[in-house]
Ligand binder design. Sequence first.
Ligand SMILES: C[S@@+](CC[C@H](N)C(=O)[O-])C[C@H]1O[C@@H](n2cnc3c(N)ncnc32)[C@H](O)[C@@H]1O
Length: 327
Amino acid sequence: MLIWLKSKGADINSKIEIRPSTRQGSGYGVFVKDAVEADELLFTIPRSACITLDQALQDEVCGKTFQKIIDQAGPGGITVAMAGFMAKEWLLTPTTDNKRTQDTSFGPYLRTLPWTRGVNNQEHILFWSNQEIEMSLKGSMCYSEATALREEVNLAIRVLNGIVKPPIEAQRRKERGDEEKEEEAEQNSGFSWPWQTKSTEDTTTTTILEGLPEAVKGAFVCLLTRAFEDGEGDAEKLVPMLDMMQHSEDPSISHVMRKSDGSVQVRARKALEGGEELFNQYRSELEESMPYHRFFTRYGFVPGVEEDMMNLLQDKSSIFFAQTAEV
Ligand SMILES: C[S@@+](CC[C@H](N)C(=O)[O-])C[C@H]1O[C@@H](n2cnc3c(N)ncnc32)[C@H](O)[C@@H]1O
């Protein structure tokens, strides 16, 4: 990913390194190898290396339909559109054990993301089974939000299937060099919304594409846990490297978007010693709208708590369960 970032024009301070975080069992983190001064530039990521809403809307095949989702669904449609773009790119990206040589534009970055549960120790209620939700979350303060989010993602899978399945299948056929099949499919495909009635059943869009549910869930998890705003007037976006930083209420970095070219600059907020881990503040833990149980539903962890979440849920911890007042 670092080689790819540099080829895109990213400027990364030689003192930066990525290694397992000091927050135990929580994946990777970003560190400085040597001391840095306050306000020192740590890295600059060009906009072309970020996954932004404009990337999704400029997608040659699906961009216009993503825009329609936003027009019809409002702000919630932005996450659906970005998840659709990411899922499509991911399903066309070769994994390391795949023999295909043609990589996608974001391939080296997409391969670092937690598409499935446990990758980089990523936990999230979107990865859980219905049974786990019922067993562990029922009666907790997370339950209604978690089930609403899961329903939203299930709906998104059905909507996105109608949009991204035809181009993914077309691309796969093309890669197989099966041009005759491609032409035939193009004649028959004709895009339509999944909820529009058709005179004959069209199996090209009604059957859910293999791997799509997992890809859309993974994309939602990445967007919820790793996308941040930096500057007014820009939606949340994924910024490689910045998204490798762990959260702390006492952040050691600041990030801003340069208005002139949309690149993201990350600087040290204070002088740091060599070997220190860098922390970003995802959301203030003091925000009333972000109590710890909601932090968990969105980000998959509770700040400052290293105990296993499943044990805490089983023990009906007050983080998750409202306590009845003692008489
Ligand atoms: C933006 S990513 C950070 C990079 C991630 N650790 C990785 O390896 O790719 C956010 C995820 O990191 C983990 N995380 C971040 N800050 C944490 C903290 N303070 N304590 C525990 N886990 C944390 C959670 O899994 C969260 O969903």
